[in-house]
Design a protein around this ligand. Structure first.
Ligand code: ZN
Length: 203
């Protein structure tokens, strides 16, 4: 399976990172070795002193597709979940400044946390989903899918121009403002509306 992730998809997050407003989706990938599931603890890797959480709505692809039109994108997934795109921000800054690919700061082992999924039918309008991340019981990110610069159906269409989507592929759809550092001893809990999607510790 493949993991796609979208960068810079919320204006307020772009401001906090001094990123430009993107003219097209910013797509990157993580390998399957990045997956971390079942509320297993996340171990802060030794190559970063500034390891950030990014809570994101995630879409699970359930049909083979290529060159999908936005109006048909809803046929390619039936569940939405919440995940964390862990990012070694110090490494990412340096690589961006040097104009290099940022994979090692984004796609390392266990950097893609996948929580539970909810059937789309139970969620109502997809672009009206609200979600949040709590660090140690305090809300640090409050997301509303309506604030995405490129909505989910446009992301699926865009990605599928370049990559064949397969059953089981996952799309991380970008993070809202409020990203920040984790250290050993922290706990992260994610919610879609008031349903808990993940709850795990940082070690
Ligand atoms: Zn992200």
């Amino acid at each position: 399976m493949k993991i796609f992730a979208i960068g810079q998809n919320y204006s307020e997050h772009n401001k906090e990172l001094n990123s430009k407003h993107p003219s097209e989706p910013v797509v990157f990938m993580k390998p399957d070795t990045a997956l971390l599931k079942n509320n297993k603890p996340f171990y802060v890797p030794d190559f970063s002193q500034d390891l950030h959480y990014e809570a994101e709505l995630i879409v699970k692809i359930n049909r083979l597709g290529k060159n999908i039109a936005p109006k048909f994108a809803h046929r390619y997934y039936a569940e939405i979940g919440l995940g964390v795109d862990f990012t070694a921000r110090d490494l990412q800054r340096r690589l961006k400044d040097e104009g290099k690919p940022w994979e090692i700061s984004k796609a390392f082992d266990n950097s893609a946390v996948i929580g539970s999924f909810i059937p789309v039918d139970a969620l109502g309008v997809v672009q009206d989903i609200r979600f949040r991340l709590e660090k140690n019981g305090i809300i640090v990110q409050n997301g509303h899918a309506a604030d995405m610069i490129f909505p989910i159906h446009e992301l699926i269409a865009y990605i599928s121009r370049y990559f064949t989507l397969k059953i089981g592929d996952i799309v991380f759809t970008g993070t809202p403002a409020g990203v920040g550092k984790v250290i050993p001893g922290d706990n992260l809990q994610g919610y879609i509306f008031d349903q808990k999607m993940f709850d795990f510790d940082i070690k």
